[in-house]
Ligand binder design. Structure first.
Ligand code: MTE
Ligand code: MO
Length: 271
C-alpha cells in the first residue's frame, strides 16, 4: 500500500485522532491485504483510490452495522478446550468430486480464491494467504445438526463482518449468500446458504480456515467454511467459493435461500 495513504489511515482523518484497537487491527490487516493484492497484480484492488475509499467507509459501516445488530447481538455459548471432540463429525458432502475442486485440493488450494461480489461497491478476490493475514477470531462452539447430533470444535477464521466492510455492501443489500463447490448427493444444484445482514455481522460469524488449530480438513469444508454459531448445522456452508450480496433469493436455485431450504427446511434456523 502507498506509504502516504497508510500514514493517513493510521493518523486518521476524521474526528477520531486516536485509533482504537479494533481499527488498528483492521488497518494492519488491510495493509497486508493491500500488499498481497499488489503481489497478485489485481489492478482493481491495488488501486490506491479504491483501497482508500474502502478504508474511509469502514468506520461508518461498522458503526451502522453495530446499531443494526444491537437487538440480536447475544453470543452463542463458548466452551472449554477440554470439551472439544477428538474428531469433528463430518456430515453431508465430505469429499467433493467436482473436477475444479479436486484440482484445487491437489494444489493445496494455492489457486483457490474467495470471490465477494453482488451488491457491493468493492468486489474482491482473496487468496487463502490474504484471508489468513486479516484479523482473526477463534471460538469453541457446539454445532447442532437437525439429524440429532452435536459436536464441539474450535474454529479460527476471518470475521465475516470485517470482510463485508472491506467490500462495502450497498444500501439495498439484504442477504449474504454463500456459494459452495459441491453438488450434495450428486444433485443438480450446488450447495448454497444465506444469512441476513444482522446474522452476517454477528461477532461470532466467521469464514473459518482452521479447525482445532489445524487447516480445515476436506471432510469439514476445506479450504473455507461458514460458522454462524447461533444457527443450525445446515446453515454452516462448507467449501465456500463465493460470497454474494443480494436483495432477494428469487433468482437463486429454488428461490428459498439455501440448498435444504429449497427442499423444505426453514430458512430461519436460529437455535
Ligand atoms: N457445501 C456443503 N455445506 C454443508 C453441507 C453440505 O453437504 N455441503 N452439509 C451441511 C450440514 S447438514 C451439516 S450438519 C454441516 C456438517 O458440517 P461438518 O461436516 O463439518 O460436520 O455442514 C453443512 N454444510
Ligand atoms: Mo446437518
Amino acid at each position: 500500500m502507498n506509504k502516504l495513504i497508510k500514514e493517513k489511515l493510521i493518523k486518521g482523518d476524521s474526528e477520531d485522532q486516536q485509533p482504537d484497537r479494533y481499527r488498528r487491527k483492521i488497518l494492519s490487516g488491510l495493509g497486508a491485504l493491500g500488499a498481497g493484492l499488489m503481489l497478485g497484480g489485481c489492478d482493481r484492488l491495488s488501486n490506491n483510490k479504491a483501497v482508500q475509499q474502502a478504508v474511509g467507509s469502514v468506520e461508518n459501516l461498522t458503526r451502522k452495522a453495530q446499531r443494526l445488530v444491537a437487538s440480536r447481538q447475544s453470543l452463542a455459548q463458548e466452551f472449554d478446550a477440554s470439551q472439544i471432540a477428538p474428531v469433528f463429525r463430518p456430515n453431508g458432502e465430505i469429499n467433493p468430486q467436482e473436477a475444479d475442486y479436486r484440482q484445487m485440493a491437489e494444489g493445496q488450494f494455492v489457486d483457490w480464491r474467495l470471490r465477494i461480489d453482488g451488491l457491493v461497491s468493492q468486489p474482491m478476490e482473496l487468496s487463502l494467504t490474504q484471508l489468513r493475514d486479516l484479523p482473526s477470531r477463534t471460538q469453541i462452539t457446539r454445532h447442532d445438526c437437525v439429524e440429532g447430533w452435536s459436536c464441539i470444535g474450535q474454529w479460527t477464521g476471518a470475521v465475516l463482518g470485517d470482510l463485508l466492510d472491506l467490500a462495502e455492501p450497498q444500501d439495498n443489500a439484504r442477504f449474504v449468500v454463500f456459494h459452495c463447490a459441491d453438488h450434495t448427493f450428486g444433485g443438480s444444484d450446488l450447495y448454497y446458504e444465506s444469512l441476513d445482514m444482522i446474522e452476517a455481522y454477528h461477532p461470532q460469524t466467521l469464514l473459518a480456515y482452521d479447525l482445532n488449530g489445524e487447516a480445515l480438513p476436506i471432510a469439514n469444508g476445506a479450504p473455507l467454511r461458514l460458522r454462524a454459531e447461533r444457527q443450525l448445522g445446515y446453515k454452516q456452508a462448507k467449501y465456500v467459493m463465493r460470497v454474494e450480496l443480494v436483495d432477494s433469493f428469487k433468482t437463486l436455485h429454488g428461490g428459498k435461500g439455501g440448498y435444504w431450504e429449497d427442499r423444505g427446511y426453514n430458512w430461519w434456523a436460529g437455535i
